[in-house]
Design a protein around this ligand. Structure first.
Ligand code: SF4
Length: 309
């Protein structure tokens, strides 16, 4: 999420408005009751989480002006082709209608199509979504409704799940209407608990957890599906090629959050203290490789470059 969207959400959170989202290509006028908010781009290309998040921030209702889209108008040949008015709607209109239908399907009556006429007098000021009239107290988090209910620094997937939760909508409803989740459908086989993927993941979505129960130690590689953005560094850099992808995840899978990819018995390396799968030897695979090749590196080249800056 960018800073402009945060301003928009702070404004809505502070005012608890009913707003009308308008395509960035629109030059229409609106009645004052509409509170038109013009997006920087096409409605069809806005992040799907935008409308659920606006509602979760306290908006009473979100109207979408589906007819405001002038994006990707049909080319000159097509523009005059029809007499039924459909050609004038343009190709971009289809994308906006699809996006509206998905928001409406997921969020119900809280989302509706704007159907007002263009006023001849007393036109509303069209507010830029990038520069809403947010009050100073809301901007600095001082107003009653100014602290956002959803952390704006989270990933789109995470914010969508939190918005649905705030609105009382089960996550599995998103399977039907929202774009597929970003999280990688990771599976692990042959992990040695080296920690390369944990260090390489840009969103901190992988973790090695070790629990001690008497003499036995168990290590689990945990994957946080909510924060994962499918960067793919883990698969690329795993020295054991232990990670791969399975079937695409559904929103129901992602809502499970942190899942165990693999669990195995581990022991501590006599030399470096790292955990590794118990195999009857007293050195971990890394120390064994270093012992076999004292002047070489065994970490993957990509990982080495990345961490040397
Ligand atoms: S990089 Fe591969 S072997 Fe190392 S902890 Fe991750 S999955 Fe396991």
């Amino acid at each position: 999420m960018n800073i402009q969207t945060t301003r928009l959400l702070r404004w809505i959170s502070d005012e608890e408005l009913q707003i009308t989202l308008v395509c960035g290509s629109s030059d229409r006028s609106y009645p004052r009751s509409a509170t038109p908010v013009q997006l920087p781009g096409c409605i069809a290309e806005a992040s799907f989480v935008l409308v659920p998040e606006i509602l979760a921030c306290g908006a009473e209702k979100v109207l979408i002006d589906v007819d405001s889209c002038n994006c990707e108008k049909t080319d000159e040949g097509d523009a005059g082709a029809g007499s039924d008015g459909e050609s004038a709607a343009g190709l971009g209109d289809t994308g906006v209608r699809d996006r509206f239908a998905a928001w409406r399907g997921l969020l119900g009556d809280a989302v509706a199509e704007f159907e007002g006429d263009e006023p001849r007098f007393r036109k509303a000021e069209v507010i830029s979504a990038e520069d809403p009239p947010v009050s100073r107290r809301a901007l600095f988090g001082l107003g009653a409704g100014s602290s956002l209910p959803i952390d704006p620094t989270l990933s789109d997937d995470e914010r969508l799940l939190k918005a649905l939760d705030a609105l009382g909508i089960p996550a599995d409803r998103a399977n039907e209407f929202a774009p597929p989740p970003q999280a990688a459908p990771l599976v692990a086989d042959g992990c040695i608990a080296c920690g390369v993927c944990v260090a390489a993941c840009p969103t901190g979505s992988l973790e090695l957890q070790t629990i001690n129960e008497g003499a036995a130690e168990q290590t689990t590689l945990v994957h946080d599906r909510i924060s994962c953005v499918s960067a793919g560094e883990c698969i690329k850099l795993c020295p054991e090629t232990a990670l791969s992808l399975s079937q695409p995840l559904s929103w129901t899978n992602v809502a499970q959050g942190r899942v165990a990819l693999t669990t195995f018995e581990t022991t501590k390396c006599r030399k470096c203290g790292a955990m590794y799968p118990r195999d009857g030897q007293d050195l971990c695979p890394t120390c064994r490789r270093k012992a076999d090749n004292p002047f070489g590196y065994w970490l993957p080249p990509g990982f080495e470059r990345k961490n040397r800056g």
